[in-house]
Ligand binder design. Structure first.
Ligand code: XIL
Length: 360
């Protein structure tokens, strides 16, 4: 019989927000509005959803001046009908597949580009403010580089069209704040949990924004992490730096891949999801959630969201397709291919309940 983590409802184990990313019109199979298994697991355990794709830039304004809210509205309304909030994701993101063509091919002035970007943000934020259950936004996603030292990302339509300038970041926050005075505004990024040069650049940017009253309320740590990397010490130290700035910390996209295609690969490959792997992952989930609770004081907790429900629908299978030779061996989420609980769910719950993290 299927494993049970013995968790009635994850969200009921804590005061801070427990969320999940879901598919919608971007996936016929896993559409939260039509897949009964998705609905069941989401409604049981979570109180907030992030749209995995459909609130990204080109989904809402593919053609300049034409905003298409139909799918996003159905999603946000569904959340509302289940008393769930939505974490809006993402107003500004460089990743090519979702940047509208009119922005990529912009040939006007940088001042006009900033105006167009602000129109994008204002129109979208205004629209969802009326619904009332979009609690927070990733205003800018992934604007920092992975180099040492880290800089503002230059391989970005936004950087280039702003006149090779990072000015678009603060303009985005100002526009979002003007449209949504009460909504929590996040800067969101990956690898900042490594307590590395990118973390340093993040803190430098936050310090500068605060000195100049640029409105940013929190930092989203994506946390697409591995079993052994980054260390809990580094995750905690990185979050502490944000806490010390007085900002909220939200884990926005948590998943924990069992296999790591970097250092040691493929010698250390885990070929099947054994009991030992499942229990090690349980402990790892517990330690991450515990680090969050230990490091972030309650008033600064924006919550924790996982990036998907079932392992069968993880984005990591696509991301590591080449490295993993098409094998689906990340198994990074809380529920297995059949929506059964995994020990990882028990590990998450253990941390919320103050139970020691173990691989037993
Ligand atoms: C991913 C989605 O999950 C995929 O379906 C899509 O193909 C690519 O984007 N960081 C982010 C998310 O902020 O928007 C990304 O989502 C995962 C990495």
């Amino acid at each position: 019989s299927a494993y049970s983590a013995n968790v009635n409802s994850l969200r009921e184990l804590t005061d801070f927000t427990i969320g999940v990313a879901v598919s919608n019109s971007d996936s016929p199979t896993y559409n939260i509005l039509s897949n009964a298994s998705e609905k069941a697991v989401v409604e049981k355990h979570f109180e907030q959803m992030t749209a995995g794709n459909i609130m990204k830039m080109r989904y809402l304004q593919n053609v300049q001046g034409t905003f298409t809210f139909t799918n996003a509205d159905a999603f946000v309304d569904y959340a509302k009908s289940k008393n769930m909030t939505v974490h809006g994701h993402a107003l500004v993101w460089h990743s090519d597949y979702q940047v509208p063509d009119f922005m990529k091919t912009w040939s006007g002035s940088s001042a006009d580009f900033i105006t167009a970007l602000k129109t994008h943000i204002t129109t979208i934020v205004d629209h969802f403010e009326e619904k009332g259950n979009v609690a927070s936004w990733d205003v800018v996603n992934e604007a920092l580089s992975d180099t040492n030292p880290s800089t503002f990302r230059t391989d970005s339509t936004f950087y280039e069209k702003s006149g090779n300038s990072a000015i678009y970041i603060e303009e985005a926050f100002k526009a979002a704040r003007a449209a949504a005075p009460q909504t929590t505004l996040y800067y969101n990024d990956y690898n900042i949990d490594q307590n590395n040069p990118k973390t340093t650049k993040l803190i430098e940017m936050i310090t500068d924004f605060q000195a100049r009253s640029i409105p940013v309320d929190g930092v989203g740590f994506q946390m697409h992490v591995f079993m052994d990397y980054p260390s809990i010490a580094n995750i905690s130290a990185a979050m502490k730096k944000v806490v010390d700035k007085g900002l909220k910390v939200k884990i926005t996209e948590l998943d924990v891949s069992v296999n790591n295609p970097y250092g040691g690969w493929p010698a250390n490959k885990v070929a099947s999801f054994t009991q030992a792997a499942a229990l090690a992952q349980k402990k790892r989930y517990c330690e991450i959630v515990k680090a969050y609770i230990d490091t972030v004081p309650a008033p600064q907790r924006g919550g924790i969201s996982v990036w998907g429900t079932t392992d069968a629908n993880t984005w990591l299978d696509g991301l590591y397709k080449t490295e993993f030779n098409n094998e689906k061996i990340s198994w990074p989420l809380l529920f297995d291919n059949n929506y059964n609980d995994k020990p990882a769910l028990r590990g998450f719950a253990d941390a919320l309940q103050g139970i020691t993290c173990t691989n037993l």
